[in-house]
Design a protein around this ligand. Structure first.
Ligand SMILES: [Zn+2]
Length: 264
């Protein structure tokens, strides 16, 4: 599933092909993928791209196109035939179109004037200047839940999904079921560093390629080769060689080294 790094690879990779294009409307080919009025963007030019959590934001003159890829969504820019499994297409005056290609159809597209209507509820950006070690400590103080569901909570922190959470907690030697308020000061500092380290590293590799994800222009993300624990069940832990275990935490498949990540 696309997480912060994968969406970020679209933000940077789509800037060149999209900036300057003039929208000429569009449509939802799968009715539940969007209930926005695509005529709103007719005649507007794209002047930039942003990201908030796992949402990609395309900025036009007065409106924004916001895309959430969810499970299997990817974005294709094409001039020819609309790709199979396209759920939404946005047309441009030069004949090109942006297609949300999504065989499981969970991806969503919105056209809004005020982005906060869609992304206003999202928590702090982990790569922002505001996300300091002190700020993170403060955020954790009020929390009593388990660490993994907390990292996945988009209102707590933006953009972390299942693979990032497993990799981050493994690097920090924190069990995913540890209660947030039991972390020591040292562990909180380490976790803060590792959140930023793992996300930046994944971005530097263009994200990962799971399921149908392909970055801009079909480029595959290479971070999956760097994964240490995610989907490595039974394989030796890179630190202690004990086989990686798969457990369920908050209904999500979770991968840990029981030796490195102790519950107490
Ligand atoms: Zn280990």
């Amino acid at each position: 599933m696309p997480e912060l790094p994968e969406v970020d690879s679209y933000r940077t990779g789509l800037a060149k092909p999209l900036i300057g294009l003039e929208a000429n409307g569009g449509k939802a080919l799968w009715h539940r993928a969007s209930d926005s009025n695509f005529n709103l963007v007719k005649g507007q030019k794209i002047f930039g791209l942003d990201r908030r959590g796992k949402y990609l934001i395309i900025n036009l003159n007065t409106h924004h196109i916001i895309i959430h890829l969810r499970m299997t969504g990817r974005i294709d820019i094409t001039k020819g035939e609309t790709p199979k499994y396209t759920t939404v297409e946005i047309n441009f005056t030069d004949g090109q179109k942006l297609c949300l290609v999504d065989y499981r159809k969970f991806g969503r597209v919105w056209i809004v004037k005020n982005i906060n209507k869609i992304v206003g509820h999202i928590g702090i950006e982990p790569l922002s200047k505001q996300f300091t070690s002190n700020k993170f400590e403060e955020m954790l103080e009020k929390r009593t839940g388990m660490m993994k569901p907390l990292l996945l909570n988009q209102q707590f922190i933006a953009g972390i999904g299942n693979y990032l959470a497993d990799e981050i907690l493994f690097r920090s030697s924190i069990h995913p079921m540890r209660k947030a308020n039991t972390l020591t000061k040292v562990e909180k500092k380490q976790l803060h560093r590792d959140i930023r380290y793992i996300i930046k590293k994944s971005i530097s590799y263009g994200g990962t390629t799971f399921l149908t994800f392909r970055g801009p222009e079909g480029k595959k993300g290479d971070f999956w080769k760097q994964l240490k624990i995610f989907r490595k069940t039974g394989e030796p832990c890179p630190h202690c060689k004990k086989p990686v275990t798969r457990i369920i935490v908050g209904q999500r498949s979770t991968h840990i080294c029981e030796n490195k990540q102790k519950i107490i």
